[in-house]
Design a protein around this ligand. Sequence first.
Ligand SMILES: [Ca+2]
Ligand SMILES: [Ca+2]
Length: 164
Amino acid sequence: MKKFIKNRLILICFLVLNFIFCGDNGVNNSETYTVADTLWTETKDYDADSYTQYRKLNFNVDVSSGTHAVYVEIYHKLHNSSSYSLYYKTSDFEVTGISDSTWHMIGVGGINGDLPHNSYDFELRIYKSGSSKVRVTYGPTDDPDLNDQAFEPASEDTVKVFDL
Ligand SMILES: [Ca+2]
Ligand SMILES: [Ca+2]
């Protein structure tokens, strides 16, 4: 009987540890996520001063195995600051495999919120759907496209009209 209780205790310990280390109710979390690349498209800089009022941030997420639902939070900070704040959170989308060629896009500036005239760093944080545990971050040291990016509000990015 003592042996039975001991075995039960060992099983319970195993299940508790499995829950703690695997998280998400014991579902295996061993797959790893990477951001393959980011790049900008659809640049709007009407006064051509290199400060854009709007651009689309394109990003490509891979996973080491299987198909998984994820979401991404885009953080930003002033280039000379150290603290990020949330700019945009995507809805869930699926990623498949290490060479998922699907690009996802987030508009920065304009409809998702004007950015005051300044230079910004951006960071992507990848989460599994339904979880608040960051699986991977991807920022200015990973990709120069996320470093020192010049933005200004639409109100300052107007074409100059001269009276002739
Ligand atoms: Ca890039
Ligand atoms: Ca401009």
